[in-house]
Write a protein that binds this ligand. Structure first.
Ligand SMILES: [Zn+2]
Length: 102
C-alpha cells in the first residue's frame, strides 16, 4: 500500500494555516508543551508515531533531518511550520542560517 505517504502529507497540510511565502504558517493541530506542532504519522506496519510538525515539513520540503539535530524557528514562533522560517541546527555546532538552498 503505497498511499501512506500521501495520506500523511494531506493530513499535514490540512492542519497548516498556509499563508504568504514569508508569513508564518501556524500549525492548527495538536501541539507539544513547548508549543511545537505534533503530527501523527502512520508507520508501514499500521502503527503510528508522533513527529514534530516543523521537522516533518523540513524533511518534506528542504532536506533530510539527521537524528542528532534540532529544527529552529527563525521567526521565534514555535508553532510555525513555514519552511522558510526553519533552520536546521546540529547538536554541538550551531549552524548559522546562511542561504542554504539545498
Ligand atoms: Zn514563522
Amino acid at each position: 500500500m503505497g498511499k501512506t505517504k500521501l495520506t500523511t502529507e494531506r493530513k499535514f497540510w490540512k492542519k497548516v494555516g498556509r499563508q504568504g511565502l514569508n508569513d508564518c504558517w501556524p500549525w492548527m493541530g495538536r501541539k507539544a508543551a513547548n508549543g511545537t506542532g505534533i503530527l501523527t504519522v502512520n508507520n508501514p506496519d499500521g502503527s503510528t508515531r508522533a513527529v514534530g510538525a516543523h521537522i516533518y515539513v523540513y524533511d518534506l520540503m528542504i532536506d533530510d533531518v539527521p537524528g542528532a539535530s534540532h529544527i529552529n524557528q527563525t521567526c521565534g514562533d514555535k508553532g510555525c511550520v513555514n519552511p522558510a522560517h526553519l533552520e536546521l541546527l546540529l547538536w554541538g555546532k550551531k549552524q548559522e542560517s546562511n542561504n542554504e538552498n539545498k
